[in-house]
Design a binder for this molecule. Structure first.
Ligand code: HEC
Length: 155
């Protein structure tokens, strides 16, 4: 099991413990969901680096990136489900994540499906064009959701 999977599982376990009523630590929940997204960002970054010809990963390493994306996407909904009104930790999630949960959840589901598709494409040893298409489709889900469910950066 790769390091990132292990870390995510560990965090997921921490979250389960933290989710006991009353004692629920909102900061721990925020930390967990941000870690999941950071892992997704790292695997996506590596994949795009490969696509641009700037990284020279072996096929099996590229496949691990894709599998990491699929795995972390699949646990993302559980990492966001609990609202965190009492968190003092910095978060860029907007309140509509929870008030508009169905829409948000749909976005995470689409990401998961497209990440699973990427795994298939990488496994098939697809050429750069096919890989680019799969990564592009996955990337659209990131931006689409971030535009609607994250605080905008101040310019
Ligand atoms: C359906 C919604 C949704 C999708 C899809 C999504 N994200 Fe996110 N992402 C969020 C939200 C909400 C946050 C803010 C988390 C917070 O600060 O509480 C976030 C935060 C992040 C962060 C910052 C984490 C941090 O430590 O503050 C990164 C990096 C990131 N996302 C990468 C990605 C990438 C890459 C993809 C696509 C492969 C993606 N996200 C897809 C909703 C989404």
């Amino acid at each position: 099991m790769s390091h990132i999977h292990y870390k995510a599982l560990l965090l997921a376990a921490t979250l389960t413990l933290a989710a006991t009523p009353a004692l629920a630590g909102d900061n721990a929940v925020v930390k967990h969901r941000k870690s999941v997204m950071t892992g997704i960002g790292a695997a996506m970054g590596a994949t795009v680096c490969q696509l641009k010809g700037q990284c020279n990963m072996k096929p099996k390493v590229l496949l691990r990136q894709a599998k990491t994306l699929a795995f972390l996407s699949s646990i993302s909904a559980d990492s966001f489900r609990q609202a965190t009104p009492n968190a003092t930790m910095k978060t860029t999630s907007t309140d509509n994540v929870w008030s508009d949960w169905a829409e948000f959840d749909k976005g995470l589901n689409t990401m998961t499906k497209r990440a699973r598709n990427l795994v298939k494409v990488v496994k098939a040893g697809a050429d750069k064009a096919a890989l680019g298409k799969a990564v592009g489709k996955l990337g659209k889900t990131c931006k689409g959701c971030h535009d609607n469910f994250r605080k905008k950066k101040k310019k």
